[in-house]
Design a protein around this ligand. Structure first.
Ligand SMILES: Nc1nc2c(ncn2[C@@H]2O[C@H](COP(=O)(O)OP(=O)(O)O)[C@@H](O)[C@H]2O)c(=O)[nH]1
Ligand SMILES: [Mg+2]
Length: 296
């Protein structure tokens, strides 16, 4: 599994063959995204979820993704250390991915890594992202079920999160409920939720309280995640989401291929030549672009 994910990350030769071989084994795993501001307790929650899922005899894959960082920095390294609780358990696979080295970007690499884990037979894949920016939003949208974590005193985090993520989150968690202000944070979330447009289909998005560091509330979180999976299947939304995800996946691969072909066919010389003609007023940028595209 580790080698296949490396192959995906490097877009190595052989990826096409592997993708073709894997596809018939996919579609079983439930992908659960965990997102929220740094320090809110995503890794601690992931760790607690893994422990409980293992007690339930579920096989668990964990993908910790940092879409905005060019390096696999301290946060992900810390996660790896925490995850060593499960390092010797062959029912658990843990991997970090940062954006460094991905030619096609994480938008292409993460879905393929998910396919590898799915085909390898993991029942649940936990997808932890760092932060709540646009790139994290894209990663979160790869999940069947998205869990948004908040914590008391992270009101600014809620503000930062409200653009988009509140709309794609299916389950809300106020972690660090051992701290003052957890009820207020839950009320704030409820209020933000009422302002955000609701998803169609009648899933009412629960707001749970957890103390991940002590494993409290993790059972309820897993129950909510399972309930969401059942609702997805019964409502037909699972098929819709997977269709939308496959579309995004194909588009990312196609755009990457077009970009690569553009670079291979035109190099920087042809682009420079067109640019010079635009600067000299001999042609306009639309026509120049059209000619370059026509030559692909
Ligand atoms: N008091 C308290 N601390 C927590 C809780 N959950 C996590 N933490 C601590 O918060 C810090 C950040 O947690 P981490 O899981 O790394 O957050 P992440 O950046 O969202 O992955 C760590 O020091 C955790 O031990 C909790 O429920 N209560
Ligand atoms: Mg973390």
């Amino acid at each position: 599994v580790a080698r296949l994910i490396t192959l995906v990350e490097n877009e190595a030769p052989g990826l096409r063959e592997v993708a073709a071989a894997l596809v018939k084994y996919t579609g079983h795993a439930q992908v659960v995204g965990l997102t929220g501001p740094p320090g809110v307790g995503k890794s601690t929650t992931t760790n607690a979820l893994v422990a409980q899922l293992r007690r339930d005899h579920q096989r668990v894959g964990v993908l910790a993704v940092d879409p905005s960082s060019p390096l696999s920095g301290g946060a992900l390294l810390g996660d790896r250390i925490r995850m060593q609780d499960h390092a010797t358990d062959d029912g658990v696979f843990i991997r970090s991915m940062a954006s460094r080295g991905h030619l096609g970007g994480l938008s292409a690499a993460v879905p393929q890594a998910l396919r590898v884990l799915d085909a390898a037979g993991f029942d649940v894949i936990l997808l932890e992202t760092v932060g709540v920016g646009q790139a994290e939003f894209e990663v979160a949208s790869l999940a069947d079920t998205t869990v948004l974590l908040m914590a008391p005193g992270l009101g600014d985090g809620i503000q930062a999160a409200k653009a988009g993520i509140l709309e794609i989150a299916d389950v809300f968690v106020v972690n660090k409920a051992d701290r003052d202000g957890a009820d207020q944070a839950a009320r704030d979330l409820r209020h933000m939720q009422s302002l955000a447009s609701t998803k169609a289909g009648g899933w009412s998005r629960p707001i749970l309280k957890t103390v991940a560091s002590r494993g409290e509330g993790i059972d309820d979180l897993l129950t909510a995640i399972a309930a969401h999976r059942d609702w997805l299947a019964a409502s037909g939304c699972l098929a819709d989401r997977r269709q939308a995800r496959a579309s995004a996946e194909i588009e990312a691969i196609a755009m990457g291929a077009v970009r690569a072909r553009f670079a291979a066919v035109h190099g920087s010389a042809a682009l420079g030549e067109s640019a010079a003609r635009v600067v000299a007023g001999e042609t306009d940028p639309y026509l120049a672009a059209e000619q370059l595209i026509a030559a692909l």
